[in-house]
Design a protein around this ligand. Structure first.
Ligand code: WTA
Length: 657
């Protein structure tokens, strides 16, 4: 099956071919060029990846075998016996070759107050921080939690861990103390690196206070390192807490580098699944780094001299792969964005693009929709002529948002790369190549090198040909794929590899259209995607039922104009509790407290009952339809224990918004 269309005449819907100007300078100037490399990457994966590993990465000791894998037991290894260091690849080798080139541009919450560091300074700062960790007993293999705002020290901290072979566990700084505590304990972190406070959109976020609350119940944590962002007074416990700046200043600016194994863990990153508690996805060093770097180079057509900006937070995988590891491994200049898209106004992104001369800009559909609704004048006010490529990630992008991004922001000049991937995939899996791929608004188009997507039916059989819909799965391993789940390899195997033997199961549905283009249709499991933040409905439900008034909760996603999906909660009250605004507020607070503000339900419906089968299983399909105000085809409800509940829920749904 050829996943790539043979001729442009085959395209059905609207197609935007790459411009001549784009082709003229791109790494991949045509579909033929893409197809040639792609075909080689899947036909001769070992030769292809060996070549890439040797040209893209520096090795201290060469690998003896490209890959070894067994999907049945979830044993995947790349570049066996090779030794390298991610920090060396992202920092040291550039410090010696292009030391005065800007590595990081810190874009402060207040426009214009940021600063830049070159590769030499980056190296010195990372080494100082690595020495601080070493002198507090952190060794290779130890886990370190990072709970930081988007400041330079956050990147130094990640790279310092990598330098000494410690495993970082970045927790998004919007998570509650309870979520932070669970992630620290599950990973048995020895230390936490945080800041006094964060500041986003002018609002102060009390990070140290949250860490204090969390680590009260974290027996493994010996030290809390505190960077200063606001300088406001915060609680400080001298026997445990260490001010980062003076500690770094007391260290020398060089630090020995660990030669780690290609398969040593580089980091853990917790993400939500459809059931139970979040899972600590483990990524190893060589394969992950290579995937991040190679995809950054090709998907964003990175060229020396570019000023590349991914505005994701380092608390998510996009920040790991496309703010830090991918661009730095390529020796790029990468922006660290501390603020929000609408601060001080909806023109923030474009003002920054103009001021910094940004060439590639990568954000989420939610952010695009949020600024688009404020009007085109916020875009037009700023010069965007430096932009060459626009990127989108995290959720399906609707064609309206895509077109606005392409036309208004990119003046029709800049290809939009809609990149599909996941925390578990490590890097981009399906995406256009800017100089090659004719774009279709809303389609992630074609696979990245080495990635073999397949469409499966519900029995796990491959659906061949084009114009088909089903479950998106990946055949064969790729270098950046996650290797395990912390403390639970069984769950890793069962979630991703066992549902259908021989495939990695993504949890997303997709359509492969007549031209072989992939269109991601969203999750097929109980994971929802709110503003590009991935969440398990089960997590929100557990938070709700901790409220004494809540007997039972069922959470589903529903379409939301800005956020893509909103959170809709059905709540059954315990006897003696009265429905009312105050109670709704308390329930929402429960979720903010247990998970974090970004998980707050948009709508809560106090339900008289839930649609359950006679065996007690909640029929979520019905709940999703009612939440979406789609009352037409509810399907067969005769199998419900009490079919009248459906009518009652519809009545209630009509009364809330
Ligand atoms: C969704 C984020 C459609 C998808 C990198 C996936 C997308 C989940 C896209 C992973 C896209 C991500 N089009 N859907 N371009 N990118 N998704 O782990 O449902 O936070 O499974 O990784 O986001 O979310 P995660």
């Amino acid at each position: 099956m050829a996943p790539v269309p043979e001729s442009e005449s085959q395209f059905s819907s609207e197609v935007y071919p790459p411009s001549e100007a784009m082709r003229a300078r791109a790494h991949l100037p045509s579909m033929e060029a893409y197809r040639a490399l792609y075909d080689r990457s899947v036909r001769e994966p070992e030769a292809f990846w060996e070549e890439q590993a040797l040209t893209q990465l520096d090795w201290f000791h060469p690998f003896s075998k490209v890959r070894e894998y067994d999907f049945e037991w979830g044993q995947v290894q790349w570049f066996l016996n090779g030794r390298l260091n991610a920090c060396h690849n992202c920092v040291d080798r550039h410090a010696s070759q292009r030391g005065t080139q800007t590595a990081l541009i810190w874009e402060s919450d207040t426009p214009g107050e940021g600063r830049s560091v070159d590769y030499r300074e980056l190296q010195r700062e990372v080494c100082r921080l690595a020495n601080v960790l070493r002198h507090h007993g952190i060794r290779k293999g130890d886990r370190v939690a990072i709970y930081m705002p988007m400041i330079l020290e956050a990147v130094y901290a990640m790279l310092a861990c990598a330098r000494i072979g410690a495993v970082h566990n970045v927790v998004f700084a919007g998570f509650s103390a309870e979520s932070l505590r669970d992630r620290i304990n599950d990973a048995r972190c020895k230390a936490v690196i945080t800041a006094d406070e964060g500041i986003r959109g002018g609002k102060i976020i009390p990070l140290k206070r949250t860490v204090d609350e969390a680590v009260m119940a974290c027996p493994t944590v010996k030290f809390v390192f505190v960077a200063q962002r606001t300088g406001n007074k915060i609680p400080f416990y001298p026997q445990r807490d260490v001010w980062l700046r003076p500690a770094m200043d007391a260290e020398r600016p060089f630090c020995p580098i660990e030669h780690v194994d290609a398969e040593d863990t580089l980091f853990l990153l917790y993400t939500s699944g459809s059931t139970g508690k979040p899972k600590g996805v483990a990524h190893t060093t060589a394969g992950y780094l290579l995937h991040a770097a190679l995809s950054h180079r090709y998907v964003f057509d990175y060229q020396p001299g570019d000023v590349y900006a991914c505005v994701a937070d380092i608390g998510w995988i996009t920040g790991h792969s496309y703010v830090v590891y991918g661009p730095l491994c390529n020796g790029a200049t990468t922006v660290l964005f501390e603020s929000v898209p609408t601060f001080p106004d909806a023109g923030r992104y474009w003002e920054m693009v103009e001021r910094l001369g940004i060439t590639q800009f990568y954000t989420s559909p939610t952010a695009i929709r949020a600024v688009a609704r404020e009007g085109d004048e916020f875009v037009k006010r700023h010069d965007r002529s430096s932009l060459r490529i626009l990127g989108s990630v995290g959720e399906p992008i609707n064609p309206e948002a895509w077109k606005w991004y392409h036309t208004q922001v990119g003046e029709g000049r800049c290809p939009v790369v809609d990149t599909w991937w996941q925390t578990e995939t490590g890097g981009i899996m399906i995406s256009p190549m800017p100089g090659a791929t004719p774009l279709k608004p809303g389609s992630a188009t074609f696979p990245f090198f080495g990635v073999e997507p397949v469409v499966l039916d519900e029995q796990g059989r491959e659906i061949e040909g084009n114009g088909v819909t089903g479950l998106l799965a990946i055949r064969n391993p790729w270098p950046g794929m996650a290797r395990t789940i912390q403390n639970d390899h069984q769950r890793f195997v069962e979630t991703y590899l066992r549902p259908f033997m021989g495939y990695y199961i993504t949890g997303d549905g997709c359509r492969r259209d007549e031209d072989g283009y992939y269109w991601i249709t969203g999750r097929v499991d109980d994971v929802i995607n709110v503003s590009g933040h991935r969440m398990g409905t089960a997590e929100v439900e557990s938070a709700l039922v901790t409220h004494p008034g809540c007997a039972e909760a069922a959470v589903v996603g529903f379409p939301h104009d800005i956020k893509g999906q909103g959170i809709f909660a059905y709540v059954i009250l315990n006897a003696g509790w009265e429905e009312g605004q105050e109670l709704i507020g308390e329930l929402k607070n429960e979720v903010r407290h247990h998970i974090g503000p970004f998980a707050t339900p948009d709508l809560i419906l106090i339900a008289p009952g839930l649609p359950k089968t006679r065996s007690g299983k909640i029929m979520r399909r019905i709940l999703r339809k009612i939440a979406s105000e789609d009352y037409g085809e509810l399907g067969d409800i005769t199998t419900l224990a009490d079919p009248t509940v459906v009518e009652a829920l519809i009545e209630k749904r009509k009364s809330i918004r």
